[in-house]
Design a binder for this molecule. Structure first.
Ligand code: DC
Length: 229
């Protein structure tokens, strides 16, 4: 019997352009796009704002007690047509992309209780609709039965260059060395954490885009997906 809803899972290393590809595919296929990294970033931002998380301090107990007070949702920006993340109703899309959040988010993403809450919400968001979801554990944990799984990677230097250019364009003050360090540290923490580490599942399509343009990558994937779904 034909399945009613489709799920496309996109996992991979940080700054491989997962969200760019996911957004393009979601738009082309008219699927809902869900950026799960933004959800981990939102919890990180919440803990930072409360004074529970900094580079030398993490009050995990305080965060765990307040997990039920954290409500994350997405709302389409009418100008760009793309979803932005809301934390308890407040748009924090810009705030969650800064280096401070990027440097601390792996600490939050390693907390099993946070993962449990967010995974449950991710599954709920995908109920009754076609989705493209990107993250680290989508094909392995959130939706092991996803229709299509894509695993994205690229060299750390290329990823750091892309991220550096992106941050500069947004007017944020960073050095290339700082960005490369963050890319390497996040790779290590994402792949070595105990709960839901970043893994390439056997059934995933591997996409190494070190030497591939965004357009080329989208065209290849779109053709492939169209032939499968
Ligand atoms: O994709 P991103 O860089 O915005 O993700 C932010 C962090 O959240 C990243 O360090 C890994 C973590 N993450 C995760 O553990 N599981 C997910 N499904 C998505 C992101």
């Amino acid at each position: 019997m034909k399945k009613k809803h489709h799920i496309i899972a996109i996992d991979g290393h940080s700054s491989t352009g997962k969200s760019t590809l996911a957004k393009q595919l979601a738009e082309a296929l008219d699927f809902l796009y869900i950026d799960t990294g933004a959800m981990y970033r939102a919890v990180t931002f919440y803990a930072m704002k409360k004074g529970w998380l900094s580079s030398d301090h993490f009050d995990k107990e305080a965060l765990l007690k307040s997990l039920a007070d954290i409500h994350i949702s997405f709302k389409k920006n009418p100008e760009t047509g793309r979803p932005e993340v809301l934390l308890n109703g407040e748009n924090i899309e810009k705030e969650i992309r800064n280096m401070e959040v990027s440097n601390l988010v792996s600490i939050i993403a390693a907390v099993p209780e946070v993962r449990k809450k967010l995974v449950a919400e991710q599954r709920k968001m995908a109920e009754n609709q076609n989705v493209v979801m990107d993250g680290r554990d989508i094909g392995s944990v959130v939706f092991p039965n996803a229709d299509i799984k894509i695993f994205m990677t690229a060299s750390p230097e290329m990823r750091a260059t892309r991220r550096y250019n992106e941050l500069k364009e947004k007017g944020l003050e960073v050095s290339y060395e700082e960005v490369l360090k963050n890319v390497n540290e996040r790779d290590k923490m994402d792949s070595e954490r105990k709960d839901s580490p970043l893994v390439k599942t056997k059934d995933a399509i591997v996409l190494d885009n070190t030497n591939m343009s965004k357009k080329e990558q989208f065209q290849r994937l779109f053709e492939l997906i169209s032939s499968i779904l």
